[in-house]
Structures are given as structure tokens and as C-alpha cells.
Design a protein around this ligand. Structure first.
Ligand code: HEM
Ligand code: HEM
Length: 150
């Protein structure tokens, strides 16, 4: 069960990345073209946010289910690259990325004018994406070869 969730969480990274890039490109192009913010723009932002929430939920199931949470603060675990990464770095950075990505959708929704809606999506999703890219356990990182591309 947890193995299945781990594969799902690993695979859904691509959905997150594709939706993020798509939303950011559309938000910047919407800002510069001055077109109006339509329901497609709203839904794209919403689905991007939902993909982040699904990762959050699956991530916390793995975090508590596979015992990463109990390693937090343990000196021996903190000296180990993988243990420190999943119990602390990946969790904290991704949590922040999910919060900022959620702001991208909800602040855009609350903005008065279309340009501000695009701008809020563009800024918050970009910051969130940078954090996500920085803390994905890419298999080319030393020590992370076991965490594949899927
Ligand atoms: C650990 C699990 C989760 C947490 C802590 C969480 C947290 C939140 C928060 C704080 C908001 C309010 C955002 C705002 O409008 O300012 C929200 C909205 C929402 N979440 Fe989640 N969420 C979680 C999981 C999920 C999952 C698994 C899904 C869907 C599969 C989901 C779908 C949504 C939707 C559709 C909204 C409303 C978006 C809107 O404003 O139109 N969330 N969630
Ligand atoms: C945008 C958000 C996220 C992305 C793109 C993401 C991506 C990934 C990827 C690619 C893996 C490697 C999967 C594998 O090949 O085994 C992974 C593992 C993991 N993620 Fe995330 N993650 C996200 C958010 C989170 C959050 C918020 C948590 C919460 C604690 C979390 C907890 C974990 C844990 C515990 C593992 C390790 C699985 C294991 O080896 O036991 N992730 N994540």
C-alpha cells in the first residue's frame, strides 16, 4: 500500500511540473497581452493547486506511515543525507511550496482586475516551482540514485 502511494507520489511530480509550467507560461502571456482572465485561466490555476494538495496529502501519508517523522531531530538520522532530506528538507521546502502555490490560486481568485489575477498567478507559482525543483529527490543527486524518474 505505502509502496503504491510512493510510486503515485513520484509519478505525480510530472503532473505538478507540467501544470506549473503551463500555468506560469499562460499567466505571463496573459499579463503581457492584456487579455481578459477567463474561466480556463481560473481552472488551470485551480487544477495546479489541487495537484499540489494531492502531493501534500500523499507526502504526509508517506512521512508518517514510513517512519520519516520519527527521525526528525535524531542526531544520527540528521547526519545521514537521505534521512535528513526526507524527514526535514523535502518536507519543509515542499510544504512551503504548497502554501505559496495555494496562495497563487487563492490570491488570483480574490484580485479585482484581470492583470492582477495573472500577475499573482505568475509570481506565486514561479516561486513555488523554484522551491519544488530544488527539493525533488532527482536521481542525479549524489546518494539519490534509488529515487528514479517515475
Ligand atoms: C493534507 C491535505 C490537505 C490540506 C492541508 C489542504 C489545505 C487546503 C487549504 C488551506 C485550502 C484553502 C485555500 C484557499 O482558498 O485559500 C484548500 C482548498 C482546496 N483544496 Fe486542499 N488541502 C489538502 C488536500 C486536498 C486534496 C487531497 C484535494 C483534492 C483532491 C484538495 C482540493 C482542494 C480544493 C478543490 C480547494 C478549494 C480551491 C478553491 O479555492 O477554489 N485539497 N485546501
Ligand atoms: C509539489 C510537491 C511534491 C513533489 C513534486 C514531491 C516529489 C517527490 C518525489 C519525486 C519523491 C520520490 C519518490 C520515489 O521515487 O520514491 C518523493 C518522495 C517523498 N516525499 Fe515528496 N513531493 C512533494 C511534496 C511532499 C510533501 C509536502 C511531503 C510531506 C512530508 C512529502 C513527503 C515525501 C516522502 C516522505 C517521500 C519519501 C518516500 C520514501 O522513500 O519513503 N513530499 N517526493
Amino acid at each position: 500500500m505505502l509502496t503504491g502511494i510512493q510510486h503515485l507520489h513520484g509519478t505525480l511530480r510530472w503532473v505538478v511540473l507540467i501544470l506549473m509550467v503551463f500555468s506560469i507560461v499562460k499567466a505571463f502571456s496573459g499579463m503581457s497581452s492584456g487579455r481578459s482572465f477567463g474561466s480556463g485561466d481560473y481552472k488551470r490555476g485551480l487544477f495546479t493547486m489541487i495537484s499540489l494538495h494531492v502531493q501534500l496529502l500523499l507526502g504526509f501519508i508517506l512521512y508518517f506511515g514510513k517512519g520519516w517523522s520519527s527521525m526528525l531531530g535524531n542526531a544520527d538520522a540528521m547526519a545521514d543525507t537521505i534521512m535528513r532530506f526526507f524527514s526535514l528538507e523535502h518536507m519543509v521546502t515542499m510544504l512551503l511550496a504548497v502554501v505559496l502555490g495555494t496562495l497563487g490560486h487563492s490570491l488570483a481568485k480574490r484580485a479585482e482586475d484581470d492583470r492582477t489575477k495573472f500577475r499573482r498567478q505568475a509570481i506565486w507559482f514561479t516561486v513555488s516551482l523554484v522551491l519544488i525543483l530544488s527539493s525533488i529527490p532527482w536521481p542525479f543527486r549524489a546518494g539519490f540514485e534509488a529515487y528514479g524518474w517515475w
